[in-house]
Design a protein around this ligand. Sequence first.
Ligand code: FAD
Length: 384
Amino acid sequence: MIELTEAQQLIQQTVRDFARAEIDPIADDIDREDRFPTHLWPMLGELGLLGVTIEEQYGGSNAGLLAGVIATEEIARASASIALSYGAHANLCANNIETNGSEAQKEQYLPGLCDGTQIGALALTEPEAGSDAMGIRTTAVRDGDVYRLNGSKMFITNGSVADTLVLYAKTDLEAGSAGVTAFIVESAFDGFSVGQVLDKVGHRGSPTAELLLEDCIVPAANVLRAEGAGAGVMMQGLAVERAFLAGEPLGIAQAALDEAVEYARTRKQFGRRIGDFQLIQAMLADMYTELEAARWLVYRTAHVVEESAAKGMRSNKEAAAAILYSAEMSSRVADKAVQVHGGYGYMSESRVARYVRDAKLLEIGAGTSEIRRMLIGRELIGPE
Ligand SMILES: Cc1cc2nc3c(=O)[nH]c(=O)nc-3n(C[C@H](O)[C@H](O)[C@H](O)COP(=O)(O)OP(=O)(O)OC[C@H]3O[C@@H](n4cnc5c(N)ncnc54)[C@H](O)[C@@H]3O)c2cc1C
């Protein structure tokens, strides 16, 4: 894969135009006011983006993982916050249901997620279980035709606005990974409530919330795959999730490079454009080179992950490497963009300062850089 297909190029141009027209003009307000723009969801649905990896029969556009990566990148170029909420919805929630759901679950939940009338999220992390995902303590106890869930979830993207969530709980606290079960939970279910909505330094406008489950009643029909199969759901989804999310730092870095080039062309010092100074050109050259390297790594990885998933295999190392490099690249590129802007770049209303705040999260969410390095290293060494 060295070129995007015509269909992928069309999606790229369509999302770029949409993001320029509808997201870019409100991106600074979304960040300043920490406001989630609900009105964008049906618009993203109309463009086929919310169901980008979902089959047409459930309302999706079935354009593939790479199309989802490109859409994420183009949305992130305008607003990383919207791109993150988009990924939580389209990938973590909808794609997970598409991959693991029963026919009845797909028919019930996917159409609303694809047209944007419903908002999706995924709830795994807990206050005491982040990197150690298998250490979750939320319990699910079977009671006839329902399960009763008790516990809490932390840092959940779209948590305060979601209607439908893929949520992990322990059906057996002593059974390790075999005790984990994935459920489809509706925020309207009895016993579900939103705790704190968290105040973040970046990705403001993408709501991050604590969720509370107090005897939350979930129908047994809402178990994904089977009781005790949650770890498989989680692991199977991780490579796809990382590949999908790896598009976001590309968009942040592209926006940072665009702003830096524009500023270097217009800002004058010593009677010349700062872009005429070789030290500024070197920064721009490094930003461009790293971004190009990351983009082709991420695009190729999406292709590889999709191909191997179709054969029932996983590309964990490849997906971890793509997001590891892409995320750290975007922090470096955003940091250089501030440097090119000098003091103006350090002002709170500056866009490049926003890119620095936004980029950092991609080194933390969906597995930290350390966890990604561990996973790659472990796979390279292999079992003894
Ligand atoms: C804005 C935001 C949105 C998020 N959205 C979601 C969401 O939608 N759904 C969801 O379920 N979760 C979400 N998360 C949670 C995210 O996945 C976790 O924050 C992440 O997995 C890290 O967990 P933690 O924060 O508990 O850090 P910890 O696991 O406590 O890690 C702290 C530090 O220790 C390091 N560390 C941990 N274990 C090891 C080890 N074995 N070896 C070396 N170093 C280690 C980490 O790399 C890190 O540097 C979100 C988080 C944020 C901040």
